[in-house]
Ligand binder design. Structure first.
Ligand code: FES
Length: 67
């Protein structure tokens, strides 16, 4: 198993993160994560920074980044 973290931009959706990472908010607080999760890219999630599926049918990515 690779120790590389994979970050995958989903088509018109979230940013999938596979691997162990540490997310730190603007105040320096560490946000607990699993080793496989999705970050919100659309701004609609009520669970930010995580994706809650709200993007489905409501988000169109900018061209050139897995639009
Ligand atoms: S990308 Fe899924 S809710 Fe924003």
């Amino acid at each position: 198993m690779s120790d590389k973290v994979q970050i995958r931009i989903k088509e018109n959706g979230s940013i999938r993160v596979k691997g162990t990472v540490e997310i730190v908010d603007a105040d320096g607080n560490v946000i607990e994560t699993k080793s496989d999760f999705s970050l919100c890219r659309c701004g609609l999630s009520k669970e930010k920074p995580f994706c809650d599926g709200s993007h489905k049918g409501n988000f169109e990515a900018a061209e050139g980044l897995s639009s």
